[in-house]
Design a protein. Structure first.
Ligand SMILES: [Zn+2]
Length: 307
């Protein structure tokens, strides 16, 4: 059963598969994310009302559907403000952007599920990293990488809500491949997160902890292992679909259209720095894009049809 848990001082949380922060000030509440669905939003709102509090703000860490799924319901019932970073705000207001960029165009209905695309909601305040939600002492921290404009939020009680910057090892194991929008920024975020002080860290998917560094280490290893795996897969020239198939097989992902675009997108984010660093090269022999270790491609005479 869902309940409100006091983390420290005026900082509370609804701890669930998607943790929701509840920051209280004079009987009013700023929520950090709203859960995965309108029903999650309804249950969070009920818990807040039972305490006699009213929701004044929602602050979203990022635009993924499992974090903004309760936005629309809560905003409609309370007329609360909604704060998000500029990049995430665009996707919170136009949630089809998320599935659109996963599919590279307007996505088919089979991808546009509640899991991938929440109901849009209205952002009323842009909150960039380094800024505070006025009067609440909630400070936005740049945690980009998992999504392009993800922020974490620190509360005046020293509690740091870290969104999906790092996720629990059991969740990593369940999904096999974490979602990555920008793998270079993600690795930078890991480095910065290790240096940040807080009394408590609250990952959206995982347990509250006092030391985030072990969690960062597990997540960093996962990303670096995937990078090494991609280089290994591309020892032979591979199409992007062959790369997705190889990753799905080694991580036991049963592929449907939704899992395909998620895996393909994360793989692309990991491939970008490999191309930029010259470790992989793109080859169009025979008219088909194949990615391969750079030295392999350089050995192929140009114009050779591999088929
Ligand atoms: Zn996410």
């Amino acid at each position: 059963m869902l309940e409100l848990t006091n983390l420290k001082g005026n900082t509370w949380a609804v701890l669930s598969p998607v943790n929701v922060g509840v920051c209280v000030k004079d009987g009013e509440v700023a929520l950090i994310d709203t859960g995965a669905s309108p029903d999650a939003g309804r249950r969070v709102l009920k818990l807040v009302k039972e305490k006699g509090w009213s929701v004044k703000w929602i602050v979203n860490t990022h635009c993924h559907a499992d974090h903004i799924g309760g936005n629309h319901f809560i905003q409609k019932r309370t007329e609360c403000g909604l704060a998000a970073s500029p990049l995430e705000a665009a996707c919170i207001e136009h949630t089809a952007f998320e599935t659109n960029w996963l599919w590279s165009a307007a996505a088919p209905r089979v991808i546009r599920t509640n899991f991938m695309e929440a109901e849009p909601s209205q952002v009323t305040k842009l909150l960039s990293p380094g800024e505070e939600l006025e009067g609440w002492g909630l400070r936005a921290v740049d945690l980009s990488g998992h999504s392009h404009g993800q922020i974490g939020l620190t509360t005046p009680d020293g509690v740091f809500f870290t969104g999906d910057a790092v996720i629990a090892p059991r969740v990593l194991a369940k999904y096999g491949i974490p979602f990555v929008a920008d793998s270079v920024k993600m690795l930078d975020t890991f480095d910065r997160l290790e240096t940040m002080a807080a009394d408590l860290f609250v990952p959206s998917h995982g347990e509250v902890c006092t030391d985030v560094r072990p969690l960062v280490q597990v997540n960093r290893e996962c990303v670096l292992n995937l990078r090494a795996e991609l280089l290994s897969i591309c020892e032979k020239p591979r199409t992007r679909d062959e790369i997705v198939a190889a990753l799905a097989q080694s991580h036991n992902i049963s592929i449907d259209l939704g899992q395909y675009v998620l895996t393909e997108s994360a793989a692309s984010a990991l491939i970008t720095p490999l191309l930029d660093e010259g470790l992989l090269a793109a080859d169009f022999s025979g008219g088909t894009l194949r990615l391969a270790r750079a030295e392999t491609v350089e050995r192929q005479p140009s114009g050779t049809d591999k088929n």
